[in-house]
Design a protein around this ligand. Structure first.
Ligand SMILES: [Zn+2]
Length: 312
């Protein structure tokens, strides 16, 4: 005799007071039990360690203590969903360019493996930054310890992005002037190490240090002005403008700074708390601006690479 299919659905309140929807399906004697935790919480309901932005009032996934529950949160909307996907999808695109670089990157007769290393370096830095960010935003509801660890990874990813962006464009900017390339690459690495150390310090993570965090990374980014000034003194403005596609690098800087400012002042949620919880709050705008800035850098890098090989 064939057993009939029986499906029961019921809502239960667990010990932690979390509303769960429990769906139990019995089919041909086997049971497949799945629990979906989808109840979102408000600022007042979440524990102190989860509180970061008091202008985001709802849409929180409360502490899960479960990697699986964090993973499941990828499949329903909450106030980190847009933060996760705005970096996950571009991050995967960057990885695919590295895997298929011989197809994705225009090839000249003078192109060598060093060109692939330099261009892939940028994509690797971008991939690291975007993936660490989306992993952090996915896991930050796990527990205080995991959130702290993920936050450090997030900062390390930003350092990787800045270092790889700078070194790759310096390579083409200072073709024919290796000492300048080594000096400014060394300076970039030193800044990167300094930012890494500062990112790993506990005090640096706190809410009160938010403007300092943003400021330190902007200063790191602005240190890019030094090799640009050196280039202008050495080659002149016109030559520098085309060598490193300066127009795109200026746009990149504007997007990064705009993102950091929004992140620092928490606009627009500051002026209308609760309205931008799921869509449109400052961190989401910051993510979109970071990706836009990275694309400007990519445009500059590819322009510099092509120009260099066309002139050989
Ligand atoms: Zn983020």
């Amino acid at each position: 005799m064939v057993e009939s299919e029986l499906t029961k659905r019921k809502a239960v309140i667990t010990e932690e007071g979390i509303m769960t929807e429990e769906s139990t399906t019995l089919l041909n004697g086997s049971s497949n039990k799945k629990k979906i935790k989808r109840k979102l919480h408000t600022w007042n309901e979440i524990p102190e360690w989860q509180r970061d932005n008091e202008y985001i009032l709802s849409g929180y996934v409360i502490e899960t203590k479960s990697l699986k529950a964090c993973f499941d949160s990828l499949f329903y909307m909450h106030n980190e969903s847009v933060n996760i996907y705005t970096h996950l999808l571009p991050g995967m695109s960057f990885l695919s360019v590295i895997l298929f670089d011989h197809y994705a990157i225009k090839r000249f007769t003078t192109t060598t493996w060093i060109d692939y290393v330099m261009i892939d370096l940028f994509f690797l830095g971008g991939f690291t930054c975007l993936m660490m960010s989306s992993v952090f935003h996915c896991l930050k509801c796990h527990s205080s310890e995991v959130a702290i660890f993920g936050n450090k990874l997030d900062y390390l990813g930003i350092v990787a992005m800045i270092v790889s962006s700078m070194v790759s464009i310096l390579y083409y900017g200072f073709q024919g002037n290796k000492p300048y390339f080594y000096v400014f690459s060394g300076l970039t690495f030193s800044f990167g190490v300094g930012c890494t150390v500062a990112s790993l310090k506990e005090r640096f993570r706190s809410r009160e240090w938010r403007p300092f965090r943003a400021g330190l990374f902007v200063a790191f980014g602005l240190s890019a002005l030094l090799p640009v000034m050196a280039g202008i003194m050495y080659y002149g403005l016109e030559e520098t403008w085309s060598r490193i596609q300066l127009k795109w690098l200026i746009l990149e800087g504007i997007f990064y700074i705009a993102g950091a400012v929004l992140y620092g002042v928490r606009f627009p949620e500051r002026v209308a708390p609760g309205i931008f919880d799921i869509w449109g709050h400052s961190h989401q705008l910051f993510h979109v601006l970071v990706v836009t800035a990275a694309l400007c850098h990519l445009r500059a890098l590819m322009g510099a690479y092509e120009l260099y090989h066309l002139q050989l």
